[in-house]
Design a protein around this ligand. Structure first.
Ligand SMILES: CC(C)(COP(=O)(O)OP(=O)(O)OC[C@H]1O[C@@H](n2cnc3c(N)ncnc32)[C@H](O)[C@@H]1OP(=O)(O)O)[C@@H](O)C(=O)NCCC(=O)NCCS
Length: 175
């Protein structure tokens, strides 16, 4: 039977499911990239509270989106104003995660586009994002037209991890 797939804005009631997908996707994605102690410390309850805060007190230009398959959340994305006073980029994609079982079916592109459309509708013409250098997702972002423009280190559980910044200078050109 055909599955029903929806991309929609996240609501406060989504917090528990978002938390589960968030923690599970982090563990699936970052094992052997991020210190294991950090991954072991992730907890559904803490994440649910964090998601409740994010969704009940959103920053003015924030947009959060979920991918649902047959009513179950399997991924999410979010974006808004760039957070580190970058001299060139004003919008930022904050997060994009799918459970492994739902990758490679076009949902990543749709969640990415949801953030792009949200930013464009709020007057942003460009955006950037940060991704760990060792995450294979760097090639996904390159495939979607991102250009590597920045580098920094992210400290997690006492380890410094190289991160790359990707930029899109013309969001109007993103398909
Ligand atoms: C990265 C991620 C969001 C991509 O989503 P996805 O649903 O698997 O990708 P899609 O099916 O939408 O692919 C869209 C296009 O990108 C390409 N693509 C996807 N992953 C790719 C990769 N790792 N390398 C190169 N190309 C890739 C696809 O081939 C497809 O190309 P096409 O549309 O031209 O045929 C998803 O794999 C994921 O959630 N990964 C784990 C979490 C993660 O790393 N998030 C990023 C944190 S910064």
């Amino acid at each position: 039977m055909n599955q029903v797939t929806t991309i929609r804005s996240a609501t406060l009631e989504d917090a528990p499911q978002l938390s589960r997908v968030h923690v599970d996707a982090w563990r699936e994605t970052y094992t052997s990239i991020v210190p294991q102690t950090y991954l072991d410390g992730l907890a559904y309850q803490t994440r649910t509270e964090r998601w409740r805060r994010i969704l009940s007190e959103p920053q003015p230009h924030d947009g959060n989106f979920v991918a649902e398959v047959d009513g179950q959340i399997v991924g999410f994305s979010g974006g808004g104003k760039e957070r580190q006073y970058d001299p060139e980029f004003s919008g930022e994609l904050y997060a994009l995660y799918l459970l492994k079982t739902h990758q490679g079916k076009g949902l990543g592109r749709r969640l990415f586009n949801a953030v792009v459309e949200h930013l464009v509708s709020h007057g942003y013409s460009n955006m950037m994002l940060w991704v760990l250098r060792d995450n294979p997702a760097v090639r996904f972002y390159e495939h979607l037209g991102g250009v590597r423009v920045r580098e920094q280190e992210l400290e997690l559980a006492g380890e410094k991890l190289p991160e790359w910044g990707y930029g899109w200078r013309d969001l109007g050109a993103v398909r």
